[in-house]
Write a protein that binds this ligand. Structure first.
Ligand code: TRP
Ligand code: SF4
Length: 334
């Protein structure tokens, strides 16, 4: 099928550092699989990252490259997927302004993800840009007229907001945009190494896609297990163990056997962790291999992003032309 007939995906990440296993199972894995069937656009949302990191814009350049390397290492194929940078497509900013008229401040204030992020960052008052980033995200999704958005479950309110905006736009002015659907993975939340909360960079409980063999071994050895297991033949409770949770995510074939042996007290935690670390390293090895190529040839990253951005701008120009037409603000056929 040519790209013309395929349905389109748009999704992406804020460039705020290295991607971890939680990103992988939460959405990256879906993207790698779906790039075969869908015309996929991946946005590196640097403007959105600025909504919280506006004090250190100079960090963004390296973070953009880091995210691109993580995508490519994880198996995103630049021949199939269009990787681009948000700030390099100014039409997205333009569409954000048009969309901003179709959203009320109260809708944004009640967005549960905005609320929990504002708490997390300790904002007593929110900047206009932060409160409004879901509108900008609606423009990220819509500028290329995407149909499907594979994301983690915390993004559901933003996709709902996008659908509302698009519906309102289409009703008011004419059909330009499809109503995009969210696609949530089977593993929307991967637990962090501390076993307390979801894997996250800020909680320092993450295994990164770019971790070395030694780092993975060390982190798994320190991971939280069932506290009831003091001796290696104590009966265990895999359902409360972080390492077991990882077996389910990355070692599905053996997880049934591991659960029964843990319950019966016939496998020790050290042996169980060694198996997990080995499995994870086997899983990360091909990513390490691919990453090496891009680390050794950093100009490849720039080429891929320049090419992706060019394609994104081409789609953006088509969309914005239609938008101006239906809104009747193309007075002079500009
Ligand atoms: N908000 C997303 C996150 O924090 C990143 C993002 C920006 C995004 N624009 C998007 C995700 C468009 C999906 C579609 O992870
Ligand atoms: Fe967890 Fe494995 Fe230990 Fe059971 S044996 S508590 S699953 S590490």
């Amino acid at each position: 099928m040519s790209n013309k007939e395929k349905e389109r995906i748009l999704t992406g990440d804020r460039p705020t550092g290295k991607l971890h296993l939680g990103h992988y199972v939460g959405s990256l894995q879906n993207r790698v699989e779906l790039q075969e069937e869908y015309d996929t656009f991946l946005i590196i949302a640097d403007v959105q990252a600025l909504t919280t990191n506006f004090e250190q814009p100079e960090k963004l350049g390296e973070d953009v490259r880091q995210v691109a390397r993580d995508y490519l290492a994880a198996g995103i194929d630049p021949e199939k997927t269009t990787i681009f940078v948000q700030s390099m497509v100014p039409e997205i900013a333009e569409l954000t302004i048009f969309f901003s008229m179709l959203v009320t401040v109260n809708q944004l204030r009640h967005n549960p993800t905005i609320k929990s992020e504002a708490d997390q960052y300790g904002y007593k008052e929110m900047s206009y840009g932060f409160l409004g980033y879901p509108v900008s995200q609606a423009a990220d999704i819509s500028f290329c007229r995407a149909n499907l958005v594979p994301v983690g479950e915390d993004q559901i309110p933003h996709i709902e907001q996008t659908r509302k905006i698009v519906r309102k736009f289409n009703n008011l002015y004419g059909e330009v945009f499809p109503e995009p659907k969210a696609l949530i993975s089977d593993f929307p939340r991967l637990m962090g190494l501390d076993g307390k909360s979801k894997m996250s960079k800020s909680l320092n409980n993450a295994i990164y896609l770019s971790d070395s063999v030694e780092e993975v071994n060390k982190k798994i050895m320190q991971a939280k297990t069932d506290p009831a297991r003091i001796h290696k033949d104590d009966p265990g409770h895999p359902e409360v163990c972080t390492v077991f949770h990882y077996h389910e995510a990355f070692n599905k074939e053996e997880s049934g056997e591991i659960a029964s042996r843990c319950r019966a007290g016939t496998i020790g935690c050290v042996a169980c962790k060694k198996r997990m670390a080995k499995k994870l390293n086997e899983f990360l090895d091909p990513m390490r291999e691919r990453r090496k190529k891009y680390l050794e040839n950093p100009e490849l990253i720039e080429e891929i992003i320049q090419k992706g951005t060019k394609r994104a701008r081409k789609e953006a120009a088509i969309t914005l032309k239609k938008v101006r037409e239906v809104m009747k603000i193309d007075y002079f056929n500009n």
